[in-house]
Design a binder for this molecule. Structure first.
Ligand code: HEC
Length: 135
């Protein structure tokens, strides 16, 4: 076999071995850390916020109401609280208040209010996450 080909083969083998090791590490990691309650709740938050936006865009009243209710339930859970400081607690209550306002607007048929509420809600996600990341 020519030298160049042998080198290529060696590279290929190294790459394959490394890929296996990498996958092994990933699998081992994912097995060791099952999703925590916080992760499950936050994932639901993310999904429901997406459904909320979609419902607002296409005017799907049923899904709008359902996603607001689901977000309301999630917002009353406290198991995901990470910090007991003022800023964190303020964002948590901002989150709850945004949801309550949106529910009120939805009941009154004020969709502009619901849309504004959506923007406030996502700002709260971002503000709180900034706090979480910087700790
Ligand atoms: C008051 C604070 C707060 C608010 C508001 C908040 N989050 Fe979170 N979020 C957290 C904390 C704490 C975690 C867990 C981070 C950790 O432990 O590393 C988290 C984690 C997440 C994760 C990652 C979950 C995972 O799999 O690791 C997602 C996605 C997420 N949040 C989405 C959202 C969305 C969408 C919103 C708004 C609708 C939102 N969050 C609002 C505090 C908040």
């Amino acid at each position: 076999m020519a030298n160049g080909n042998r080198n290529k083969l060696r590279h290929l083998i190294t790459l394959t071995v490394l890929t296996f090791i990498f996958c092994g590490v990933c699998f081992a990691k994912s097995e060791k850390s099952p999703p925590t309650a916080t992760k499950v709740l936050m994932h639901r938050k993310l999904v429901q916020t997406q459904i909320l936006l979609q419902s607002l865009m296409i005017g799907n009243e049923g899904n709008l109401v359902k996603s607001l209710q689901e977000l309301k339930t999630i917002s009353s859970a406290t198991s995901w609280y990470k910090f007991n400081n003022d800023v964190f607690l303020r964002y948590s209550s901002n989150f709850r208040e945004s949801i309550d306002r949106m529910i009120k607007h939805q009941k009154e048929g004020n969709y502009e209010g619901v849309s504004m509420g959506y923007i406030q809600l996502t700002l709260t996600c971002m503000n709180c996450h900034q706090v979480v990341r910087n700790k």
